[in-house]
Design a protein around this ligand. Structure first.
Ligand SMILES: [Zn+2]
Length: 295
């Protein structure tokens, strides 16, 4: 059975330094500008290998670089919602979280005429309201949670938790969760921010980890989704792009590997695994294998 491979690029540009790191330091913020240098390199690499990918774009980036966002869209890649200015949704009231969702949607519409059906929260942070809002806004999938590795599941709303009582799982809702992990994210491996984020790994190390995760998924999770989260301003450095190309060539050598946009995988998985048939109580489904998946 096929292993699906999702290459995702979070085109944060300046927004991550403004929103997540709350920097007002022009030098730190300028690091994001390199993302705009790197996006054409990435698009050329994807075109060279005839691949379609997913780009998660904050509204702030879309307004700063509308031509690049239009090019991403014109070349057949998916554009997903990635917040307004890389803010943490938990830092805001419900009205403010809605306003940030709206500003992100409006910016993508104005820049590229795109209405995204996928969502990835900035830095994968959530408020306790986020899933309910995504449902209300009509998103098809989210890719921010970490409850599995290669096996999608339906997200839940209204989980109840504290440090005194047993964890309460809320009901699954019709949002396909395409799970992520920091392990498969280029930022902590490579980026240097301060003593808390001190990556600067050699690509050989990261290639070894990402290849081994792929090999495990290929052997053990047929029908699953192997996804990598990358950032143009991080992966776009020459030696790292060369690593990415080596991985792409390795993946393409295997039979039954299909590169996919996240929305295409989410649509197919949702059709094969309708929510009505999904168990609505208890812990997330088994993550070792994708038994109910007919993809
Ligand atoms: Zn981001």
């Amino acid at each position: 059975m096929t292993l699906h491979c999702g290459l995702t690029f979070d085109f944060d540009a300046m927004s991550v330094w403004l929103g997540s790191y709350k920097s007002r330091n022009p030098s730190m913020i300028s690091r994001g500008e390199f993302g705009a240098i790197a996006v054409p390199r990435i698009l050329d690499l994807l075109k060279k290998h005839d691949l379609q990918a997913t780009f998660c774009v904050p509204g702030h980036t879309a307004l700063a670089y509308p031509d690049l966002v239009r090019r991403i869209d014109a070349e057949g890649h998916e554009i997903a919602h990635h917040g307004w200015v890389h803010e943490n949704p938990a830092d805001f009231s419900e009205a403010e979280e809605r306003a940030n969702l709206d500003r992100g949607l409006d910016a993508l519409q104005r820049a590229a005429g795109v209405r995204p059906r996928g969502y990835r929260s900035p830095s994968w942070d959530f408020s306790t309201r986020t899933i309910g809002l995504l449902l209300e806004y009509g998103f098809t999938y989210d890719s921010s949670l970490m409850g599995a590795d290669f096996t999608p599941y339906y997200a839940r709303r209204d989980d109840a938790f504290d440090s005194l009582t047993p964890y309460h799982f809320g009901p699954n809702v019709d949002i396909v969760e395409l799970p992520v992990t920091w392990l498969m994210d280029d930022f902590p491996h490579f980026e240097f921010v301060d003593n808390d984020t001190f990556g600067l790994s050699a690509p050989s190390k990261v290639q070894e980890i990402w290849q081994a995760e792929f090999d495990y998924a290929y052997e053990n999770v047929p029908g699953g989704l192997y996804s990598i989260t990358m950032h143009p301003q991080v992966i776009g450095r020459g030696h790292r792009l060369m690593m990415l190309e080596r991985l792409i060539l390795s993946f393409k050598q295997r039979e039954d590997v299909r590169f996919t946009r996240m929305i295409d995988y989410a649509d197919a998985w949702r059709s094969a695994n309708p929510l009505a048939q999904w168990e609505t109580s208890g812990a997330p489904q088994a993550t070792n294998g994708c038994g109910r998946d007919t993809l």
